[in-house]
Design a protein around this ligand. Structure first.
Ligand code: AMP
Ligand code: MG
Length: 411
């Protein structure tokens, strides 16, 4: 079964609203073994929607439209579907009754245009909307299944889950699609690609995609088979080769984030961590506290941006800063040791660097970051030269810090 999604709404063509419905739908369809072959975003524009819808009917077995079902004039999906399929719009008494009831319940009179929601293309089945007013529609036309869903994500998700999923399950051709995500840190994308190529180029099932995601590289595997179990076995087969090729650079095999993995190890080893952050401005603390249960391993720390606060909050001596500069190995080291001492954490982390765009010099360029980690086994400092803009440098620095913690607590 080949599916296609058409997201309708002029706001989706602006920088202010992203089409997230199609991401949700794609995930659900893939899990059923249904591949999405096309996605289109189209404005509230009858003519263009008509074009897209017509093309979809010719090339796909399942066409899902989202949005455009509201009561206002700019919501045209019902009309366009009726027109393209050559079916008249007919009023469904039951929808009308429910609309009237709903408005009576909240003590408001119904504006006339709400009745547009009771109009459906002849022969369409309407799908109850438990979270809003606009009913969805289910049509079958010349062997193509067409589903119209409301735009608000919580309405769409509730409707899809309760009504569409069970029906599509019956319809999917027995193929199951399973995915696995390997997350890798400390290797550039090209190197990841090179290392896994001998295994992945041999394989079309699972299919492999390599992508860079905020400081990490992800290797996505997608396998299809008659059952979940068989698909999982295929994933495990190729996955083992990928893990062997990437070694301990793989920090996650089932979608966990780096901070989650770090948290898990810290809990396992019953260690606590505290952080003194300069150029990351609290990013590492923010990421660690995203993890539910972080109170059991994260004590806290300090954002010590100024030299003075490095001294006051992380006990870095003013003379040390004077002698080496705030962005230096000894200062990073002193920050890690100082915050550890001050908080009583088992592990202290210090981060200092130049995020840019200003402030770089020939020997201390933008992107230079020192990350240090201190525990009862001693203190380690690493120097990094990250490329990119301020945002990227700060992200990479936070990844480097988390990765240093991971390596320290893993063994
Ligand atoms: P509509 O049903 O077109 O009136 O859309 C109702 C609300 O859902 C609006 O706030 C839209 O911005 C939002 N919405 C519509 N389509 C999508 C989509 N594909 N992804 C995320 N939000 C959407
Ligand atoms: Mg709309």
């Amino acid at each position: 079964v080949d599916a296609e999604i058409i997201a309708v709404g002029s706001e989706l063509l602006t920088p202010f609203r992203l089409d997230t419905n199609s991401l949700y739908l794609t995930g659900k369809l893939n899990a059923l073994g249904i591949e999405v072959r096309f996605k289109t975003v189209v404005g509230d524009d009858r003519l263009r929607l008509k074009e897209v819808f017509q093309a979809a009917l010719e090339r796909s077995d399942l066409v899902i439209l989202t949005g455009g079902l509201g009561p206002t004039e700019d919501d045209v999906n019902r009309e366009v579907a009726a027109e393209v399929l050559g079916r008249p719009l007919v009023e469904v008494q039951e929808i009308r009754r429910r609309l009237e009831e709903r408005f009576a319940r909240i003590g408001r009179t119904m504006a006339g245009n709400n009745l547009r929601q009771a109009q459906v293309p002849e022969g369409a089945e309407w799908l109850d909307n438990t979270k809003g007013t606009a009913p969805g529609l289910w049509l079958e036309h010349d062997g193509v299944r067409i589903i119209l869903l409301p735009g608000p994500p919580h309405e769409l998700e509730a409707m899809f889950e309760s009504v569409c999923l069970p029906r599509l399950e019956r319809l999917s051709d027995g193929q199951r699609l399973r995915t696995r995500i390997y997350k890798v840190v400390g290797l550039p994308e090209s190197e990841v690609d090179q290392r896994i190529a001998p295994a992945t180029t041999q394989s079309t099932n699972p299919a492999t995609t390599v992508l860079a995601v905020s400081g990490a590289i992800e290797v996505h595997l997608r396998a299809r088979a008659a059952t979940h179990q068989e698909a999982d076995a295929l994933l495990a087969g190729l996955g083992d080769k990928i893990e062997a090729a990437l070694g301990d650079h793989v920090f996650s095999t089932h979608g966990e984030s780096l901070e989650e993995v770090v948290g898990m190890y810290l809990v396992m080893k019953q260690k606590t961590v505290a952080v003194a952050e300069s150029c990351t401005g609290g990013l590492v603390s923010e990421r660690l506290t995203r993890v539910p249960g972080s109170s059991s391993f994260f004590l806290g720390g300090a954002v010590c941006y100024s030299d003075e606060l490095k001294t006051r909050l992380a006990a870095v001596s003013a003379a040390l800063i004077e002698a080496n500069g705030a962005v230096s190995k000894p200062v990073a080291q002193a920050m890690a040791e100082g915050i550890r001492e001050w908080t009583g954490a088992s592990i202290g982390v210090g981060i200092t660097g130049i995020a840019g765009p200003g402030g770089g010099t020939a020997d201390k360029p933008v992107g230079l970051v020192y990350v240090s980690i201190a525990d009862d086994r001693g203190t380690q400092v690493r120097e990094f030269r990250f490329p990119g803009d301020r945002e990227r440098i700060r992200t990479w620095a936070s990844v480097a810090a988390l990765e240093l913690i991971r390596r320290r607590v893993r063994t």
